[in-house]
Design a protein around this ligand. Structure first.
Ligand code: AMP
Ligand code: MG
Length: 380
């Protein structure tokens, strides 16, 4: 499908008035109108900005793939504004078993984490277009907590399929400005809901199999899920999980180049990282300094996770400090923006430091290692 050039416009919404229904209805009406006309719009969520379209209309969802240049075997997450929207998306035979043990697991997880950054796989209703599920029997559904995503879905009156609102392969957008940078001229409306609170994508949980599997780490950590689902396991390419077809990735999107800036990302890692990001950074500093010193004529941007390990700036060497003190939630919140900021300097290389794969560190490392093409350089 060819891509029509349109004038992109940002809808600014006054944060102090998020709970004024009349004001929100008025402010969001151009975006809602576009959604009703099967046009995708940029939508803020608490994870990253989404490119949203009517999940029940193939022609609307098709536009998402066109706008993003997204491969069509990568399914989309469907966003709802309340559990009542599950009917129409989830297999009615499954929904009718509300007293089953399986349903109780779903209910407990939804009660604990919705609204919030958790996508849950459900058996899909046949009404869900194939362009949403990419032909899988399951559909990934999420109830976001951002007031503006809830308002958009509520006002549109239908669920919204939404992947991240970046051009395919690029770091996901965490501000309306990032969306504009990638999709300018490709979509008409972008709703500005400020900087995303979490900054990385949702956790994708497969509850259709036992034990349940985290297909993609994200906003809800393994530890948090374990409190409700003690047997949940993290998907890992080396772990064999019953029920998962090993011949294709459990989450199709995992096989594509993702989150990558234009410059190559060099990821420095420790074999046994500490929980403390500052300690890791200190341990990696000699190797990073040696690399920087050995490449005096390269343009290098380094993402640091604390202030204590900064190096003397020089011509061609810049640092972006993600956090003062190594706080993982802050690193997660700033990571995609920092990768974009680094890219804007057109460096020869971007240096990043691995964190521990624990708590938010699991999602951070998943995104960082993909940005680095899965190559880690081990030191210490
Ligand atoms: P994005 O929309 O870019 O955040 O990516 C959505 C992620 O959720 C992709 O990695 C998809 O592969 C995954 N996903 C969505 N629906 C399903 C599903 N039904 N089964 C497995 N993975 C899914
Ligand atoms: Mg994405």
């Amino acid at each position: 499908m060819s891509q029509k050039v349109v004038l992109s416009r940002i809808i600014s919404v006054d944060r102090a008035r998020y709970n004024e229904t009349e004001y929100l209805t008025e402010a969001l009406s151009p975006a809602v109108e576009a959604l009703r006309a099967n046009q995708p719009v940029g939508m803020p969520t608490e994870t990253v900005y989404g490119l949203a379209a009517n999940a029940l209309k193939s022609e609307a969802v098709q536009q998402i793939y066109t706008v993003k240049n997204r491969p069509s075997d990568n399914p989309l997450i469907v966003h709802i504004c309340g559990a009542e929207m599950l009917s129409g998306l989830v297999d009615p035979a499954f929904l009718s078993q509300r007293d089953s043990q399986v349903w109780r697991r779903y209910q407990n997880v939804m009660d604990a984490f919705w609204p919030g950054p958790l996508t849950i796989l459900f058996p899909a209703a046949k009404e869900v277009p194939v362009v949403v599920t990419a032909g899988l029997k399951t559909v990934g559904i999420r109830f976001p907590s951002h007031p503006l995503s809830q308002a958009l879905i509520h006002q549109a009156g239908f669920p919204l399929a939404a992947p991240s609102a970046n051009l395919s392969g690029r770091p996901s957008p965490t501000t309306a400005h990032h969306v504009l940078t990638d999709l300018h001229g490709r979509i008409e409306w972008i709703v500005d809901g400020g900087s995303c609170a979490f900054g990385l994508e949702s956790t994708v949980l497969d509850l259709t199999i036992s034990p349940p599997v985290i297909l993609r780490p994200g906003g809800i950590t393994l530890q948090q899920l374990r409190q409700v689902l003690p047997d949940v396991v993290a998907h890992h390419k080396d772990n064999k999980v019953d029920g998962v077809d090993e011949s294709r990735p459990a989450t199709p999107g995992m096989k594509y180049k993702h989150y990558a800036p234009s410059a190559p990302v060099l990821l420095f890692a420790r074999r046994s990282p500490s929980l403390d990001a500052v300690e890791n950074s200190k341990a990696l500093l000699p190797a990073i300094k040696a690399y920087v010193d050995a490449h005096p004529s390269s343009a290098i941007v380094r993402l640091t996770v604390c202030k204590q390990t900064r190096l003397e700036p020089r011509e061609g060497y810049r640092e972006i400090v993600l956090t003062e003190d190594g706080d993982l939630a802050t690193i997660a919140q700033r990571l995609f923006g920092a990768l974009r900021e680094a890219d804007e300097q057109h460096p020869d290389v971007i240096i990043a430091e691995a964190t521990v794969e624990d708590a938010e560190g699991m999602a951070i490392m998943n995104r960082l290692s993909k940005a680095a093409g899965e190559v880690l350089h081990y030191f210490d």
